[in-house]
Design a protein. Structure first.
Length: 163
């Protein structure tokens, strides 16, 4: 195989892995928590600004794809110490993202989930700042995620308050 083809194939594999990681995390948390949507979540009080349930899946899918693209851009920009730090903060925020679903939907603990989502928000802001120093586009791709999690935090807080 020609060197450029080998490099191209390595990049394609990296891109697929970078997309797969957040999509897999989202799929697992969505699958595990989906049973609570039509039971516990349907029965609790929600604020007037609660979006329809069928909106969450497509929004999260888009956000996970943007996360994967952003991660790929960072992986491609090997800049030493800050590169490693960016991968770590990406993993931290993804782990917090994963945990929130379980706290809220599986354990039915919106108060604990509210505290946890605030940590998630901070980790997203830190991630965006670190990404920005490496690749501005990768950082900007995270802005919709930050906005959605900010809205989710407000929604989580309102649900905790109402219940």
């Amino acid at each position: 195989m020609l060197p450029w083809k080998t490099l191209f194939m390595k990049n394609v594999v990296k891109f697929i892995i970078c997309l797969f990681i957040p999509l897999a995390v989202g799929a697992v948390s969505g699958f595990v928590t989906s049973s609570s949507i039509n039971t516990w979540y349907a029965a609790i009080q929600k604020p007037w600004f609660n979006p329809p349930n069928n909106l969450f899946g497509p929004v999260w899918t888009i956000l996970y794809i943007l996360m994967g693209i952003s991660l790929f851009m960072i992986v491609q920009s090997d800049t030493g110490k800050s590169h490693r730090k960016s991968i770590v903060i990406f993993a931290v925020q993804l782990f917090l993202n994963f945990c929130w679903s379980f706290l809220f939907f599986t354990f039915h603990a919106p108060g604990i989930a509210l505290v946890e989502i605030l940590f998630l928000l901070v980790s997203i802001i830190v991630m965006i700042n670190i990404f920005y120093k490496i690749n501005k586009t990768a950082a900007l791709l995270q802005i919709p995620y930050l906005m959605w999690v900010s809205f989710a935090s407000l929604l989580n807080g309102a649900i905790w308050y109402l219940n």
